[in-house]
Design a protein around this ligand. Structure first.
Ligand code: FAD
Length: 358
C-alpha cells in the first residue's frame, strides 16, 4: 500500500466500460455542462506555470468552450470542492482542488455564457503516478476531469476562520478566502507552512510569529512534514545559500501563490471590507507554526457568541500535518470521516470554534 499524502478522500480506481452499452450510454448522457460529477469531460492544458522545483499551476480550458454552469458558480460561492483527473493509461483518478479564478477575474460572478478556466496547483511526488504523468504532459494536451465534489460547505453564518495549511493544502485555503471575501466583516487568519522557501518566495506575512528559531520549535511538526516531504522530487540543484531577504520584495520577485494571496487580501478588503491575514512558515528557515500562533489568531476573532458555529478552524495538508494538529481522520461505513479531535488543537482552549480536517 503506498503511503497516502492527503487524508481528504480515498484514492479512486475506476474501470472503463468497453461494452456497446457503455459507448451508447456515454453518447446518450454526454454532458453539456462545463463539468460533470460522474462523467469525465475533456479539457485542454493551455498553460503550465512553474511555482517551484516541484509544483506548478496548471490552467485547463474546456475543450469545447462550454460556459461554466450556474451550478458550478454556486459551488464556488460556498464550498470547498475538488475534482478528479483521469490517467488514461493506468486507469486511475486522483483528486485536486481548483484555485479560485485569478483575482482580477470575477469568474464566479461571471456571465452565463462565460467560459472559465480551471487552475490547479499540483505538486509532483517522487514516484507518484498521476502527478508525474501530469507534470510531463506538454501544453495543449487533453486532460479529463470530473466534478465538482464538495468536500465541505461553509454555512452562510460563518464569518471567522483560522486556517492551518501545509504545502498544497493552500489550495482549499484559497477557496475559503475567496468565499469569505464575499462576506462583509468576515475575518480569516491563514497560517501557511512549507518545507522550502521556494514555494512562497517573498511571502512576508502580516503578523510576527510568536516563536521561530530554536530546538523546541524544531520538534514541532517539522519532522512529520519532513517525512512527507522526502517523497517529493528534490530541487534540481540544492544550494546552501541563505533564503532571499523577506522585506521590500518587488511583486515580480514574489512567488505566484504569494502574489495571488496578496491579491485575494486586497480584493476582500475593497469589495466587502473582509479581512484576510496571512502568515508564512518555512521549515528550512526554522519557522514553524506554534500553538501560541494559533491561540493569538483565535483571540483576534471578532465573534463573541460561543454557542454558534460561526467560527471554524480548518486543517489541510499532508497526513502528518493533520494528525499533528487535529488527530487522524477515521474510516466509517466505507468512507473517511472527521473522527475525534486530537493533536495539538485538542490541548488548546478552542471553545466556540469547530475544527474541520480536510
Ligand atoms: C480531496 C483531495 C484534494 C487534493 N488536492 C490536491 C491539490 O490541489 N494539489 C495536489 O498536488 N494534490 C492534491 N491532492 C493529492 C492528490 O490527489 C494525489 O494524491 C497526489 O497528486 C499524489 O498522487 P500520485 O498519483 O502522483 O502519487 P501516488 O502514485 O499515489 O503515490 C503517492 C506517494 O506514494 C509513493 N508510493 C507509491 N507507491 C508506493 C509503494 N508501492 N511503496 C512505497 N511508496 C509508494 C510515491 O512514491 C509517492 O510519493 C488532493 C487529494 C485529495 C484527497
Amino acid at each position: 500500500m503506498p503511503p497516502r499524502l492527503f487524508r481528504r478522500g480515498p484514492v479512486v480506481i475506476f474501470i472503463f466500460g468497453t461494452s456497446a452499452f457503455g459507448g451508447a450510454a456515454y453518447r446518450f448522457f454526454k454532458p453539456s455542462e462545463s463539468l460533470h460529477p460522474h462523467d469525465f469531460t475533456p479539457y485542454t492544458l493551455i498553460d503550465k506555470q512553474r511555482v517551484s522545483s516541484t509544483s506548478a499551476i496548471f490552467t485547463l480550458r474546456h475543450s469545447h468552450n462550454i460556459a461554466t454552469s450556474s451550478s458550478l458558480r454556486e459551488v464556488w460561492k460556498r464550498s470547498i470542492w475538488s475534482l478528479q483527473i483521469k490517467q488514461p493509461q493506468l486507469q486511475i483518478a486522483r483528486a485536486y482542488t481548483p484555485l479560485p479564478p485569478e483575482p482580477h477575474i470575477n469568474a464566479e460572478d461571471g456571465e452565463d455564457d462565460q467560459v472559465e478556466d480551471i487552475r490547479l496547483l499540483i505538486r509532483q511526488e517522487q514516484g507518484g503516478e498521476m502527478s508525474t504523468y501530469l507534470h510531463r504532459l506538454p501544453e495543449m494536451s487533453t486532460i479529463e476531469l470530473r466534478g465538482p465534489h464538495v468536500e465541505c460547505e461553509i454555512p452562510e453564518d460563518v464569518t471567522d476562520v483560522v486556517f492551518l495549511a501545509g504545502g498544497t493544502g493552500i489550495a482549499p485555503a484559497m477557496q475559503v478566502a475567496q468565499v469569505l471575501g464575499r462576506r462583509s466583516g468576515s475575518r480569516m487568519s491563514l497560517l501557511w507552512a512549507n518545507r522550502r522557501r521556494e514555494e512562497c518566495v517573498g511571502g512576508v506575512g502580516d503578523v510576527v510569529s510568536s516563536t521561530t528559531n530554536g530546538a523546541q520549535s524544531r520538534r514541532g511538526w517539522r519532522n512529520l512534514f519532513g517525512l512527507i516531504g522526502q517523497s517529493a522530487v528534490p530541487p534540481p540543484s540544492p544550494t546552501s545559500q541563505s533564503p532571499p531577504p523577506l522585506s521590500n520584495i518587488p511583486t515580480k520577485e514574489k512567488g505566484l501563490i504569494v502574489q495571488e494571496l496578496e491579491a485575494l487580501q486586497a480584493k476582500a478588503q475593497t469589495s466587502s471590507k473582509a479581512n484576510l491575514q496571512v502568515q508564512y512558515f518555512v521549515d528550512e528557515e526554522n519557522t514553524f507554526i506554534q500553538p501560541s500562533d494559533v491561540a493569538t489568531r483565535l483571540q483576534t476573532s471578532n465573534s463573541t457568541d460561543p454557542s454558534s458555529h460561526r467560527k471554524l478552524i480548518f486543517v489541510s495538508g499532508p497526513e502528518g500535518f493533520i494528525d499533528y494538529w487535529a488527530g487522524k481522520k477515521v474510516w466509517s461505513g466505507g468512507r473517511e470521516v472527521q473522527g475525534p479531535l486530537g493533536g495539538a488543537l485538542s490541548r488548546m482552549d478552542i471553545a466556540g470554534w469547530k475544527v474541520v480536517k480536510l
